[in-house]
Design a protein around this ligand. Sequence first.
Ligand code: CAA
Length: 418
Amino acid sequence: MSLARRTFVIGGHITPFIGKKHPDFIWKGHPDYGTVTNPTLEDYIQRAVDGALSATGVPASAIEKAWVGNFVGELFSNQGHLGAAVVGTHPDLLYKPVMRVEGACASGGLAFASAVESIQAGTNVALVAGVEVQTTQSARTGGDYLARASHYARQRSIDDFTFPALFARRAKAVQELGVTEEDIGRVSVKAYANANRNPLAHMKAVSMDLQTASAAGDTNPAFLSNEELAPYMKVSDCSQVSDGGAALVVVSEEGLRALGKTPSDAVEVVSVSHATGNLWEDTDPTRLLVTAHAVGKLFADAGITADDVDVAEVHDCFTVTELLMMEAIGWGQRGQAAAWVREGRTDIGGDKPINTGGGLVGFGHPVGATGVKQIVEIWRQMKGRCGDYQLPEVPAVGLTVNMGGDDKTVVASVLRNH
Ligand code: CAA
């Protein structure tokens, strides 16, 4: 979508993403177990919305419409109907039009795309939230819930951990093309290193070295029971089972003026693209064809090429996904993404940094929040708000790619700094 009305993101908020291995996550070995409980879905919605309104200084009364991205609140928290839950965060949101949007792990991206479309139709100030809680169940039961984003009848039985297995199949296919386990391990090492600089990250306190990330072992098990796929997926390759929320405010030029802001407070949304694949069929495991389609259209609408992008937030649900995402966006020719990672080009100090706050592997992946978090992260990099993981040069052009399922729903955006 090229935008007929200029559209701006004026800031937002990301809650800490927490789960197992995060120091604040309450579990049976935690000293506060029994006296403190982990925040609920309701808490995360409240914290994300409060945080975004307070970070932007926008009164709730100024919000005209809102969206919330969430995948499976019904399963992990027995709670659906989250549009009305957003209204519950502030009395001045009462009677406003708010809806929940679902597209598996791209739910947050779809919420953002919906808000941007609404700005094209005349809305001036919109709120976008994303939220997920997943730690109410074991990772194994969660694996079953998340499998609802696959073709459940056909793919559920591949492994108890359906999505890790679907991406193990991709990792196997790229390794057959010559990518090594060490190449894939480097993506994990970068993710954890970036997360270690990010106080909001799920894995802020966990380190990952190349030796551990490059081979399965006691501390980094190959945990799938599918014998064919098990060698291609280790714990270090996986995004985290995280709880968290994120929210942002998106406005038209008129909205910007009415709120007393200037383009320099904001990042401009240059284009947004949404592409969808066929849930019932799989394609070449060595390519993300829906992602490539979405990004191709995105760049054409924005009038830019991959070379023009200074920083990217891509959907690294697994380490191999980051390599495939790079090739789908055109960062590295086919088969070259691993070389870019090896050369450090995607590090914070590199020329094409990816997932500077740790991505889904390091920052965490509260599914419905991820697409919203990606946009806020680009805003934060562009406004110099990333603290220890701030890029040495403030980026001018940013890209986000949020993916639902195994490359089935993709929302991508180009953002420009002012
Ligand atoms: N040796 C052998 N096996 C071990 C082990 C060890 N040392 N440690 C763990 N395991 C095995 C066990 O079988 C264990 O299961 P049980 O306890 O039920 O027997 C299993 O691994 C999981 O162990 P934990 O519960 O201790 O694992 P964890 O909580 O540390 O989680 C993880 C690790 C399973 C990799 C988890 O982080 C995970 O599932 N990550 C992926 C999350 C995911 O798939 N998200 C969706 C991404 S896909 C996407 O983004 C698109 C979309 O639309 C869905």
